[in-house]
Design a protein around this ligand. Sequence first.
Ligand code: GLC
Length: 545
Amino acid sequence: MENTPWWKQRVIYQIYPMSFKDSNGDGVGDLRGIIEKLDYIRDLGAGAIWLSPVYDSPMEDNGYDISDYYSINPLFGTMRDMDELISEAHRRDLKIIMDLVLNHTSNQHEWFRKSVEDIEPYNDFYIWKPPINGKKPNNWNGFFGGDVWEYVPARGEYYLHLFGKGQPDLNYRNPLLLDEIKKMLKFWLDKGVDGFRCDVINILYKESFENGRFGLPRGLEHYRSTIGNHRILQYLQETVFRPYHAFTVGESVLVTPEEANNYVAGEERELDQIFYFDHLCSNQIVVKWFRKKFVPAVFQKQIVNWMNAVDWNANSLESHDQPRSVSCFGNDGRYLSSSAKMLGMLLLSLRGTPYLYQGEEIGMTNFPFRIPEDVRDLEALNALRIAKKIGIPAHVRQKMIWSVSRDNARTPVQWDSSHNAGFSQNAPWIPVNPNYDTVNINNQIKEEDSVLNFYKRMIALRNTDEVLRLGDFQLSSCGEIFDFRRSLSGSTYRILLNFTEKKQQKSNVEGIILISTLGDHKGPAGILSPYEGLIIKETVYHEKM
Ligand code: GLC
């Protein structure tokens, strides 16, 4: 369809630069490593790359703590490499989406240093509050657990940090800050980037600093999706994003479908899309560290809820913040390959834009942690510290945290079966998953039946098929088999996904099989092998019967 924007037509591939490909042997992935692999991404069929932050940063939160929005972290390369990456990606018809962290900077940012010294106009660029009766300004707590206020003797005040101590929150009541943000966005758009993934975008504007009610994190009601937050995004949309035709996808904190529509619906939309995470949290008990058994129907119902409530979603099963999907919602043992393909079919047959995270396309799994020294992530380290403080025994807290730590998704991409999985000549910054000798890209390119080759077929089908890209979503049923339809202009596809390790049977399945995760589906379409997924072009139109 002619007027359909590119972001409704393409699969977006997320790169976490630290762990993608190291070109200079320092154990950390880099921009030249990405340039080397652009053909791989194009051959996969993706049409855009979302690049996690590559700006200068002390890396307390792996780049989500920016110390200079205008320069590239030397760990990743130079601005010249970045310019080359943009032009080489465009030469292959791949769009580039930068990560945009607006809620906070690093405490090493020049603005913050000047703010600490009370130098105008930066003195008011962050959220500073004096002590109240010698104590912290309020009772809020943070997304990484623990405190959100840090006292700075030089100013005699506390600053707010909803994430790490090294990530002070910016003050969006200050119009001068917004001017700086606009300038920075234009700098990147003038360089030719195609859009932004907007980090924790619904918590920019803090409406009040009253104490929070009980909740996790406490205080959220004072800053989540405030009117001020909407005003800021409307302003950026009018003054920067729309005039530049820049694409925006929001990552947001504890967002509901209703709230999401306030950002993405209508002509005046503030963002093009929003990620939802309810399905990924469906096996959590209150916080991510406590998990219950995975129940397919509960997971699927969360997806359906978003499909029904929001016209166009940002769909994902993985990212740098989530453990590996096949380890959580599939079977990373005997059915690794089949369940990874089935989850791939799910991601690529929902209505919305699919976001594929590096390594997901080969079925990379969670990391088999054995020793505490293997943990790298700030959030996991904080959680371990808090769990120790409240007396949870070492083996219990390690088990809890290891299986959900963000480190699981951050192990190096497994390119081949050589030393360090072909990621680096030298020891990587985070250990390689030992299954790289069997699960790797090089092997999977050669095996016709691999997870990777299934992804390629499935993406190619989606790229050439309007029903899969643009069709409506209708649920048939949730459960051991996720059964739904996509329809457009009189054509209907039925998608059947077996979420179990048992053979399953479904009645009234008629039509032509377009694709099976098994490659070749033998026998009637209504019989599914363990973890099999099928897309069937229906020849009988049920709604007309
Ligand atoms: C987002 C990022 C995450 C980061 C946090 C703070 O949730 O995806 O990796 O730690 O924001 O910037």
